[in-house]
Write a protein of this length. Sequence first.
Length: 768
Amino acid sequence: MSIAIYFILFVIGSIVTEGAVDLGTSLKPSTTEYWQSPGKNFSFGFYPSGNSGLYVVGITFSAINDTTLLWSAGNDGGIKVDEGGSLDFQTDGNLVLRNGTQILWQTETANRSVASAIMQDDGNFVIKNRSSANVWGSFEHPTDTLVIDQKFNRGQTLRSGPYFFKLENSGNFTLKWKSNITYWNQGAPGATVATLNNQGIFKLFNDTADSLWMARSSDYTDNSITLRRITLESDGNLRSYGWVRSSGKWQLGWSAVEDQCQVYGWCGNFGVCVYNETGPFCQCPSGDFVQINPNDPTGGCRRTQDIMQCSNNQSMVELDHTEFFSYPPESESDSEIYYLGIPDCWQNCLKNPSCTASTIMADGSGTCRMKTSNFTSAYQSVSIPSTSYVKVCGPGKPLPPSSSSLKTRTKWKVSGVVIAVAVIAPVIGLIALQFGLWWIFCRHNPRFRFGELPAQYTLLEYASGAPVQFSYRDLQRCTKNFTEKVGSGGFGTVYKGELSNKATVAVKQLEGIEQGEKQFRMEVAAISSTHHLNLVRLVGFCSEGRHRLLVYEFMKNSSLDTFLFNPSDQSKTLDWDTRFSVAAGTAKGIAYLHEECRDCIVHCDIKPENILLNSDFCPKVADFGLAKLVGREFSKVLTTTRGTRGYVAPEWIGGLPITAKADVYSFGMTLLEIISGRRNMDADPEWSELFFPSWAAAQINRENFMALLDKNLKNSADPEQVRRAAMVGGWCIQDEEESRPSMREVVQILQGIKDVGAPPIPRTLLLR
């Protein structure tokens, strides 16, 4: 018998008490009596706990046949009793839950002049004194759910299993695992109370009733939904629901954590959260682990052999695209965070008896997280560029690349021949049809030649990691025939466009592309597989006939140069905090290209024009990977494009081989421009006798750092940050490659993790 049917049978024939509940009244599971609000909106009483034969005390909606508890006596679905249980509203005013003679729960309201209790129409069950004042209420002791207009005050907590949802004294909501690991944090300073309104909007207010933060349900405009709730569920996610009467079901309106795999501990200890076609699921990190409970994948995994039993025979299993989470306070422990390369990250963990796993972060910082805690939670996705390692006994047993489709592969083995015939035959037929159509319609069209098939027919070969493909006509349409130009450079011209889904994009028409069709697509696939917060995301491409275009996410605030070199518009002057954040973010993006991609990507054209800013002024490095697309003509592009020459490293001009250190030099010049707000090559009436980089290098060598600062920022910059930025800029523009730091070291210097002395003045600048 289903839970819903069981609930309906339970309610039929029940004894209903509406209004005030007198002292001395009791409820028992066997009598199926409950206390209902005057408007018949809510009911308070015993309810079956699934099919277990046990019962819990709770509050439900009266008007619908649904077993969802809005409140329970006790957490985690309520304290369970058998048919011998009772809920007694004693004559001394205490409400007590018993199982037989054993007291399991109570309101502790004895001897407080209690006169009655009532299930109110707002969903609050209250106990009142003789003056009709509340001495206890279920709203003051929420369990895992909030209803419409219920006040959730600062300091209150919802709980479900090991998960906690709390409105902190800071004004922020937090979701925590075991009350200490914070994996979600939203809100606003000064917030004191939150409520869910009847439209499905969850709002935070301060003491003067000002709205400070809100989250809207997806159905907030649907006035037919009158019953709503917010529940902290057993999987650790906080969700908002609305009751749809036509279907008789709760409809999801909002989730605090949009990506379930981001919920700490959802897959248990050493569980790895991954996605397949149906959604998130849990698996073990390698064949060296088994699930603790095969019937519950979220219960975690254990090693088949304890690593304490094989201290002389341990290894690290590599997990691509995987991150072992480190949330506060774990992430604040200095003993777990190091700044190492990939080999050192796993080797140090292997040598450390306390370390069980490690993650090398792909954020440009070179951060290595060593997991020494007793609990480890992981997330695996192709969108995660980080690499993790887990310690095991013996040589290790990595899972097959497509472990989530093992069942599919098993079926393939059983009926492989049948499937092969069923798949290959139509494919051969389609190929024959395609060739026939080409022969009839296209063989005399110069746009269509063997080796230059239309783009939509040749993508399949490169589908792995490939971005979205557009036809040239699509991009003509979305850019209004390339009328709104937003930028240009050595690689081509950029136009603003709008896709059919209303997403705004930047469309770059490439110029001077040498590669053939196949190589172009392979390079584009490589660019699209490069993901980082501080890199512009490639949305798609077009390769049709002679046309080569790339489609990127659109950056609302354009490029950094529009804010640095626009003295006539003071509204575009960036404050120091923003400049320093842009510098650090840019360094992280370049460091990722150099050290954390499968193959080192040398940008070759770092300059303010190629540092784009989103609506929050988060920097995004653009045009990475394009130097390889342009090929040998790129040197000519660099030396003839205005504004680029001042960023070119000496070895490039000298015709020497180009390495990642060329980007370091360009970044150093860009960093000096960020500090000063001056072009390194432009003449300035105030500095007509001085070449700016030469003057700047001399000031850095003398440790006269504040002299470099943009005159618009004189009294608003952090001197220590200016010092670090100037120092690293001075080292980046050294003549010899070996004297320049790596971009990972640049990030560490800017963050204050590493320090350096004053750099010498480069010889090439002394000659100016």
